[in-house]
Ligand binder design. Structure first.
Ligand SMILES: [Mg+2]
Ligand SMILES: [Zn+2]
Length: 176
């Protein structure tokens, strides 16, 4: 199967240093929904791996997160596509979990769900933690310049990192 894994905040929707706490704050980046639908319709399974420490911090609850993801699925469905597994880490930075990126637990959960190997699978993110998680399991690290991407671009990147303007550009590369 053709598996693509995306970070959420800063890749699919606008990010905020104050966290995305409500459905109103969950606003897609222009072209991102269409990009996911385009990939899906071309046979790609598009999964999501997202840190959501706002849950542990009490900024929003599981029902709100579920509502955001239902919105995402609905918008992509309206474009004729489908969103695959959305794996999220609900923990805070001090919880010592194995899923909060840069740990690779979310990527491993997605791979186990689909019964595939992670080696070479593209993981698209906007933060160093995404790129480091990708590297940890031999995924192809892909950086987009949306979200925190410009900030991340100013730091040393893992060797072999691919850089694109945004998710639409990633889709344009993968779908011909
Ligand atoms: Mg992000
Ligand atoms: Zn976690």
């Amino acid at each position: 199967m053709k598996l693509l894994i995306l970070d959420r905040d800063g890749v699919i929707n606008y990010d905020s240093d104050a966290y995305i706490k409500t459905l109103e704050e969950w606003i897609p980046i222009p072209g991102a929904i269409e990009a996911i639908a385009r990939l899906s319709k071309a046979g790609w399974t598009v999964a999501v791996a997202t840190n959501q420490s706002g849950l542990a911090r009490g900024y929003y609850d599981q029902a709100m997160l579920d509502a955001m993801h239902a919105r995402l699925r609905q918008l992509v469905a309206e474009q004729g596509g489908e969103v695959g597994l959305i794996a999220h880490c609900p923990h805070g930075p001090d919880d010592g979990c194995d899923c909060r990126k840069p740990k690779a637990g979310l990527l491993k959960r997605i791979a186990a769900h689909y019964g595939v190997e992670l080696a070479g699978v593209w993981f698209v993110g906007d933060s160093s933690g995404d790129l480091d998680a990708a590297r940890a399991v031999d995924c192809q690290p892909v950086l987009v310049k949306t979200g925190k991407g410009q900030r991340t671009l100013a730091k040393p990147l893992p060797a072999g990192t691919l850089v694109f303007d945004d998710l639409a550009a990633v889709a344009a590369r993968l779908v011909h």
